[in-house]
Design a protein around this ligand. Structure first.
Ligand code: HEC
Length: 108
């Protein structure tokens, strides 16, 4: 029984850390779609997402959403954020950066 608990914990931790850390592999997977995409850009998207998208709810896992869904949800959420903040804290490039990060990680 202890062994199983231990094994589950290891699998769980591995799954968590994999989710949190984008790697070059993730970039390679989407490189045909996002020309010139780099790990640095992916990490910037992650950072923007984590810094701006926890005002109203916890971070949503990208894996729970399709690309189609994210294409609709992210612009709507950025609008919500701007309304709440009372200013346009994210420009179009930042919004695209967040969207690309989420789409990339959703297909992992
Ligand atoms: C002003 C408040 C607010 C901010 C800021 C905000 N959200 Fe949301 N978000 C909501 C609400 C309300 C919901 C619906 C209830 C829920 O799922 O928690 C939601 C739901 C979501 C969902 C699930 C959508 C669905 O249909 O299942 C995603 C994904 C999401 N937000 C992403 C983001 C991202 C990305 C950002 C940053 C750009 C962000 N949110 C910022 C309020 C906000």
């Amino acid at each position: 029984m202890k062994k199983i608990t231990c094994l589950l914990l290891v699998v769980f931790l591995a799954a968590c850390s994999a989710k949190m850390n984008p790697t070059q592999k993730d970039v390679d997977r989407v490189s045909s779609r996002y020309e010139g995409y780099t790990l640095e850009m992916l990490l910037e998207g992650k950072q923007l997402y984590e810094a701006n998208c926890t005002l109203c709810h916890k971070l949503k896992s990208p894996k729970d959403y399709s690309e189609e869904k994210l294409n609709k949800v992210v612009p709507a959420m950025v609008k919500k954020l701007h309304k709440k903040k009372g200013s346009e804290v994210l420009d179009a490039a930042a919004q695209e950066s967040i969207l690309r990060y989420l789409v990339t990680m959703s297909t992992r």
